[in-house]
Design a protein around this ligand. Sequence first.
Ligand code: GLN
Ligand code: ZN
Length: 758
Amino acid sequence: MSNKSYVVGFPRIGEQRELKKVLEKYWSKECSFEEVNECAKELRKRHWNYQKNAEIGHISCNDFSLYDNMLDTAIMLNAVPKRFQHLSNQEQYFAMARGNKEYVAMQMTKWFNTNYHYIVPELSLDDEYRLNASKIINEYQEAKALGINPKINIIGPLTFLGLSKRIDNEDRFELFGKILAVYKELLTTLSKLDSNIIVQIDEPFLVKDNSSAVLSLIKPAYDALCSVASNLKLIVTTYFEHSNEATKILVNTPIYGLGLDFLYGEKNLDVLQIIALSGKKLIAGVIDGRNIWKCDLEKSHVLLECIANSVPKENIIVSTSCSLLHTPFTLKYEKTMKAEIKNWLAYAVEKLDEVALLNDYFHEGYTHLSSEQKEAFQNNQKANELRKSSPLIHDKNVQNRLTSFTKTKRDGEFKERIVLQKKRLQYNDLATTTIGSFPQTPEVRQARRDFKNKLISQETYEQKMKTYIDDCVAFQEECGLDVLVHGEPERNDMVEYFGEQLNGFGFSQNGWVQSYGSRCVKPPFIYGDVSRPKAMTVEWITYAQQQTNKIMKGMLTGPVTILNWSFVRNDLPREQVSQQIAVALSDEVDDLQQAGIQIIQVDEAAFKEGYPLRKANIKTYEQWAVRDFKISVSSAKKETQIHTHMCYSQFNDIIQTIEAMDADVISIETARSGNELLKIFKKVGYKQEVGPGVYDIHSPRIPSVDEIVTQIDALLEVLPKEQLWINPDCGLKTRKWEEVKPSLQNMVKAVEIIRKRG
Ligand code: GLN
Ligand code: ZN
């Protein structure tokens, strides 16, 4: 019998976002918890059946979650922060995830370099961990009842600890012994479920540059876990990068197999000999779990054969590179997409067929494939050939422009530019502004929807948007803000808005991917060479500028952010795609300044998000990311002021890079950290101007004038007033006018008080 195919994990939100819908119904008290559970059970069944029908050999259970797997793991260990301990089970779970009236939610953060976010466990030395395996056991038995013999997915102890935080900020690995004891108990419990049990232990933390202290825990952990029962087969799985330091240790433990990502962790190829010698199974992640493109089966086959040069074929199991959580569900609902483009894509359900077919091809050989499989293989090859040669992808003009593009930075040094800008713009010290968007009211959303669905004319639509802009401008003038924005009513999303107007971008109807909890995003996909057929923002911004004598800031999304929040073509290096976007944006910057716009903000909200997981790759990323930001503003004249904006992040390790971007002003989301994040700007002698958020917009609370004065004073301890701008944090579009108006009024009053004080 040949080897069975393998899928690391499957998305759970539902192909029509069923889980999202039922959860949100439950949270707004419109349905019972039983209804949530029924829906969840139905979804698990459907997802298992998809995999069963595709003849996937190793199907997971416990990859499902009502909110998040890290949160589930915390519950499994009883790692519940004190403030939630008194709550009943089901109340506790969602309170930990989302907070409740009394207590703030646990922190949420990015899952490695994906756009999925997990709940960060809060640990403390006096925690009492104890096993709660009920969720895992239930899911296992549910699958069994459907005739599936599932592997059991769990997050490994090192990853759990590595991604947690200690409430006293001390080393969380001090809790290793206590946590490991519960994991041993868990495995003992699981071993009793059946005569043979496979457990997939996800340890993606091992793809980071880990200290020797962390690496030294691998062997004791896996020696101990393997020793609990002889009928257990443990597979340690990593993804998103290579994990060679860990692999070298793991081969000397009694684990059954290693799951490695050969697409995003090419260096894993360097340790194949060691794996071969160990005789362990190699779960070879060769089908992309993070992208939407059909694989090239022949190319994947070549990769597998290359692996098989070192590792015996019978030890190789064909798998996805990571959980399919990071891809949309199924192409079934894509009804409006161009057929030619749709034929290049594979979502999670379609990837199942790829894994199964590739597995048979690899293990049994082409001649042993069924005629149906042969046809599928031929179709795959044909689709890939058509994609390669499609005129939709290749644009000679873009390619020529890129090779002849020489203006890679703007004229003049900051020192010279800022003098010209201050003279022209005449703004005060502590100039007040906002980050761009204003509340997206139900009327605005409705108008955009109606226009898209052709229910209202272009004229009516534009009138509605202009009315919104008028109101925005009137409020900002009344409030006394120094630099105004138009409010972004025409934008549904800061990336999608630009993608829709650029050549080379595609959109799905149902390409939802879970971002966190019940929330999904539908990223655009970049399939071809990118160019800008015409100006994208000039009409709106100039209209807004005409309504006021104050300065109106133009608003664009930067190249790196557009890239990081899209599915990107895999037939060109990312940095080339990014450069194409940058060149297109440089034309927009020029058009805006030609139209009389004097300040242009180029948002790089996701700049930090794109950072590689391994230090060794950071330099290369920074080089092209900075290059492309600079290209996008290279057309700006010296007297045009360029702003950029970044969301909440640690700037300490990237401050030099921010400096190198050479924006005249950067606004950053900082309110939650007081003046802490700002200190690094002082430390390195940062010269350009900075706008730290002075209040946290995520809270419905309206900050008082006094509070903001105190906050600005704290900022002034770090940077002089000549270098500071005053603005709120980003995200006003998610708030209500009732909150935004008084808050901004208080912000302006606070600045007036400080200015008067002198
Ligand atoms: N200009 C955007 C806005 O204000 C920036 C969004 C962001 O920071 N993510 O909505
Ligand atoms: Zn932001």
